[in-house]
Structures are given as structure tokens and as C-alpha cells.
Design a protein around this ligand. Structure first.
Ligand SMILES: Cc1cc2nc3c(=O)[nH]c(=O)nc-3n(C[C@H](O)[C@H](O)[C@H](O)COP(=O)(O)O)c2cc1C
Length: 233
């Protein structure tokens, strides 16, 4: 009914990215359900351009090891460029997020060892028992396809949240694309946009107390002949 909240609102607003997971593996029916929900995502011309690899158990452990070795040896191989520019609102928000994560972890940003440890925790899937890798074909400049992968990923994350589970998308897993492709035997034509580590969030981990904020609607939305919507702050 218009104007009422819904279970969806609760799920969307309570979803968070944990950075420490319990090691408990999810049931095959939960994983299947999440994959089925994600598969319903809309895409340009219904192209459904996602190819998704999920690792668990021994495969998960072995891939984490390979990623850590690639990090030690400086073997980065991102399929896409990074960065938010030198200055401006996006780099400011990114820095604010970084500072909040380090604060929640109890690490000084200037602490090089602590920063490296944070990178390595990323590559160990933050302790999650499962990780999904989202690959896409290289079509045109890739932007439309990447948008489709984003649709898929948000379905995936909200499906986890609806089940009391959680996941964190991780661009950093795509920074080691060649390592991941080699391990999973994925052809070079498929580009790795990002991974999602998932499982059950560790409720006792200090880093999971982090709550990110959003800018007010007024900073993101411009309304035309749509009165009343932004009247309250
Ligand atoms: C595409 C994408 C890539 C991300 N990559 C990383 C990552 O590599 N490492 C990480 O710790 N968090 C990563 N995040 C998590 C974001 O920092 C997080 O979504 C954001 O700060 C908002 O917090 P929330 O998800 O808890 O609402 C990524 C998020 C997205 C959507």
C-alpha cells in the first residue's frame, strides 16, 4: 500500500557490509536461494551478462592463499581502472569511509602495518566461509554490462540480508584478477568486476559496529514537477 513501510524497507535499510564473519558454512539451500534471487536481476536487453563462481571449503582456503601470495609478490592485475580523482566529494567520502573503518578496527591510518593487515584481511574474505566472483564479458566500454552486474550484486546482498545473512562486495578481489582467473580456470575474455564474501556476520567483532551514513536525498535527487517529496529535511 502506498505510504506504508514494508519488509523490503527493513531489509534494505538494515543491510550492512560486515568485515568479520563467523566461519560457519551456510546451507546449500540458502546458497541456492540467494543465487536464484540474484538471477532475477534486470539487465540491459535481458542479456544476463554475469558469470558467477562461488568458492567454499578447500577451494576457498586455497584461493585465499594464492591471493595472499600475489599480494606479497605485488602481482596486481586489475581489469579496470581505480580512483576517485585527486579531490572532490567522492574522494572525500572515500577518505571518510577509510577513516571510519580504521577507527572501528582500532588501527591508526598512518600505521602502514595496520593498513597492510586490512588489505590482507580483505584477501582472506574477512573470514567468510564463501566468496562469489562476478565476471562479465568485455562488451563496448563495459559500462552497461557493469551496471547489470551491479543489479545482480544488490539482489544477491539483499537476499542474504533477508535470510539474516550478510555479504560484502570487494573491489580489491578484482585487483588480483589474473590470480583468481587462473585458480578458477576462467578465460581471459571474462573480466572480474568484484567479489562478494558472504556468510554470517560476527556479532562480536568491533569492526562490525561500523555504521556508514548517506548524504541527504537533496544532495542526490533533483525533482521536477514532483511536489512534496523533499519538504522535510
Ligand atoms: C562495488 C563495491 C566494492 C567494494 N569494495 C570493497 C572492498 O574492496 N573492501 C571493503 O572492505 N569494502 C568494499 N566495499 C564496501 C563499501 O565500503 C560499503 O558498501 C560502503 O562503505 C557502505 O557501507 P555499507 O555497505 O555497510 O552500507 C565495496 C562496496 C561496493 C558496492
Amino acid at each position: 500500500m502506498p505510504g506504508t513501510t514494508s519488509p523490503f524497507t527493513d531489509i534494505a535499510r538494515s543491510r550492512r557490509s560486515p568485515r568479520r564473519f563467523l566461519p560457519t558454512a551456510l546451507s546449500s539451500s540458502d546458497i541456492r536461494g540467494v543465487l536464484e534471487d540474484a538471477q532475477t536481476a534486470p539487465s540491459n536487453s535481458n542479456t544476463q551478462p554475469w558469470t558467477v563462481h562461488v568458492v567454499s571449503g578447500a577451494a576457498r582456503d586455497a584461493l585465499a592463499k594464492d591471493l595472499l601470495r600475489a599480494e606479497e609478490e605485488g602481482r596486481t592485475s586489475s581489469d579496470f581502472t581505480d580512483g576517485y580523482g585527486e579531490e572532490g566529494v567522492y574522494v572525500e567520502r572515500s577518505r571518510a569511509l577509510g577513516a571510519s573503518v580504521y577507527r572501528a578496527r582500532g588501527v591508526e591510518r598512518s600505521d602502514q602495518g595496520g593498513r597492510r593487515a586490512a588489505v590482507r584481511e580483505n584477501l582472506e574474505f574477512y573470514g567468510a566461509p564463501h566468496a562469489a566472483f562476478l565476471f562479465m564479458p568485455a562488451l563496448g566500454d563495459g559500462v552497461r554490462t557493469a551496471g547489470d552486474i551491479g543489479m545482480y550484486a544488490q539482489n544477491f546482498l539483499l537476499s542474504l540480508a533477508a535470510r539474516g545473512l550478510a555479504g560484502i562486495p570487494q573491489t580489491i578481489l578484482g585487483v588480483y584478477a589474473d590470480t583468481v582467473r587462473e585458480f578458477l580456470d576462467v578465460p581471459a575474455e571474462l573480466k572480474l568486476l568484484f567479489g562478494i564474501s558472504f556468510g554470517m556476520a560476527d556479532p562480536a567483532a568491533p569492526v562490525n559496529t561500523l555504521r556508514t551514513e548517506r548524504v541527504p536525498l537533496q544532495r542526490s535527487v533533483v525533482l521536477h514537477d514532483t511536489p512534496g517529496v523533499l519538504d522535510r529535511p
